[in-house]
Design a protein around this ligand. Structure first.
Ligand code: PLP
Length: 381
C-alpha cells in the first residue's frame, strides 16, 4: 500500500515473460504503436505522446528541458516535497521559478495563479503538481488553471505522476500542454517507464527554442524517430509488454469506473482513520483519492509504526517527509486496490496502533471502512 511502486497484477507480471525482441523490428513497432494509442486514451489526448525509459523525474526533466530557455519565468505551486523539487528542477534547467507557496496540507487556488500571472506578465509557463504525494493533496482547481493558461497564452505543464489513471485528468479538455506521469503508480506497472504528452502549443515553443538542452531527452529527436514508429534509444522492452497489458486492464475497467473505485477506496481510508481517532492532514476539499496522509497517534513515531505493520501484518506504508518527518504516514490508494486491500490495511493499522499503546476505536474504524466500501460497484458488495 505504498504511494508507489504499487501492486502489479499477475496478468501484467506474466506479460513480461514474453521473449525479448529487437527494438528496431516490426514486432516492437507494433507494440509501441499499441501502447501509444492506449495511453492516449488514458490521458484523454489526441496530441503527441512519448514513452521514455526513465522514472517519472525523467519525464519531468524532458518536459522542462525541452521548453525552457534561459531566464524563462515559470510559475510553480509549492505545497510539499515534490512540488518543491519541481521548483528546483526549473532552476536547474535555466528557468526562473516563481514560487506560489501554500501551507503543507493545502492546495493553491486558481485565483492565486491569476494574481501571480498578472504580476508577472512575461511568464512563459505554469507548472503544477496535480497530486502532491508527500501531503496527499490534489489541486482540484486544475481545470480552471488550464482555462486561465489558455486565456493568458502560457504553457501548462502538469506533474501527474501519482494520480494519472486514478483520478480525472482529461489532458486536452483541461488545456494541459505537457502532462507527465510514471508507470509505477496508478498505471500498476513496475517502475521504469515515464510518459510525456505534448500539445501543438508546446511544440511551437519547443521548435522556437534557441538552444537544445538535452540529447537523451530531446523531443524533436523522439518525434523524428517516431515518424518510423521507433524510439531513438533502447527502450525497456519487457516493460512495454507489461504496459500494454496494464492499459488493456485499465480500458476494460473504464476510466470513470476506475476513478470512482479510487474515490470510494480513499474515502473508506479517510472515514476509518477518523473513526479510529487519527487525524487527517490534507484539507477536506483537496484530499487526494490516490494517497492519504494520516497523522500518527501522539507519541508514536511513524517509522516505528510502519515497521511493525510491515513485519507483523505484511503491509508496506509510505513514510513521512521533511516538515512532517516522524509525525505521519501515507497510504497509497493506487491502481490495483479494492475491498481486500483496504480492509486489511485498516485492520493492520488499527491493530498496530493498539500494539503500541494507542486506544483507538477499532470496531468503529472497521465498520466505517466496511460501510464505505459497500458503495463499490461489483457483485461482492
Ligand atoms: N512527482 C511526484 C508527485 C511524485 O509522487 C514522485 C514520486 O513519488 C515524483 C515526482 C518522482 O518520481 P520518480 O521517483 O518516478 O522519478
Amino acid at each position: 500500500m505504498l504511494p508507489g511502486p504499487t501492486n502489479v497484477p499477475p496478468r501484467v507480471m506474466r506479460a513480461m515473460l514474453r521473449p525479448l525482441m529487437g527494438h528496431r523490428g516490426p514486432e516492437f513497432k507494433q507494440v509501441l504503436s499499441q501502447v501509444l494509442s492506449k495511453t492516449k486514451k488514458i490521458f484523454e489526448t489526441k496530441g503527441d505522446m512519448f514513452i521514455l525509459t526513465t522514472s517519472g523525474t525523467g519525464a519531468t526533466e524532458c518536459a522542462l528541458q525541452n521548453i525552457t530557455d534561459d531566464g524563462d519565468k515559470v510559475i510553480v505551486n509549492v505545497n510539499g516535497f515534490f512540488s518543491e523539487r519541481l521548483g528546483d528542477a526549473i532552476k536547474a534547467y535555466g528557468g526562473t521559478p516563481i514560487l506560489l507557496n501554500s501551507e503543507w496540507g493545502r492546495a493553491p487556488k486558481p485565483e492565486d495563479f491569476r494574481k501571480l500571472l498578472k504580476n508577472n506578465p512575461d511568464t512563459k509557463a505554469v507548472a503544477v503538481v496535480y497530486n502532491e504525494t508527500s501531503t496527499g493533496v490534489t489541486v482540484r482547481g486544475l481545470q480552471e488553471i488550464g482555462q486561465l493558461c489558455s486565456e493568458e497564452d502560457v504553457l501548462l505543464i502538469v506533474d501527474a505522476i501519482s494520480i494519472l489513471g486514478g483520478d480525472k485528468l482529461p489532458v486536452d479538455d483541461w488545456n494541459v500542454d505537457m502532462c507527465v506521469t510514471a508507470s509505477q503508480k496508478c498505471l500498476m506497472c513496475p517502475p521504469g517507464l515515464s510518459f510525456v504528452s505534448v500539445s501543438q502549443k508546446a511544440w511551437d515553443k519547443i521548435d522556437s527554442k534557441k538552444r537544445r538542452r538535452s540529447f537523451y531527452l530531446d523531443l524533436p529527436m523522439y518525434r523524428k524517430f517516431m515518424e518510423d514508429g521507433f524510439t531513438p534509444f533502447t527502450p525497456a522492452v519487457s516493460l512495454f509488454y507489461a504496459l500494454n497489458e496494464a492499459c488493456d486492464m485499465i480500458l476494460e475497467e473504464g476510466l470513470q469506473a476506475r476513478f470512482e473505485r479510487h474515490r470510494v477506496c480513499a474515502e473508506a481510508v479517510y472515514n476509518s482513520m477518523q473513526a479510529l481517532g487519527l487525524g487527517l492532514l490534507a484539507e477536506q476539499e483537496s484530499r487526494s483519492h490516490t494517497v492519504a496522509a494520516i497523522a500518527t497517534p501522539p507519541g508514536i513515531e511513524d517509522g516505528k509504526l510502519r515497521e511493525l505493520i510491515r513485519i507483523k501484518y505484511g503491509i508496506d506504508l509510505g513514510g513521512s517527509l521533511e516538515k512532517w518527518k516522524g509525525k505521519m504516514f501515507r497510504i497509497g490508494v493506487m491502481g490495483n486496490v479494492g475491498s481486500a486491500e483496504i480492509m486489511s490495511t485498516v485492520s493492520a493499522i488499527a491493530s498496530a496502533t493498539a500494539d503500541l499503546g494507542f486506544k483507538g476505536n477499532i470496531p468503529e474504524a472497521l465498520e466505517a471502512a466496511r460501510k464505505t466500501l459497500a458503495r463499490l460497484p461489483g457483485k461482492l458488495n
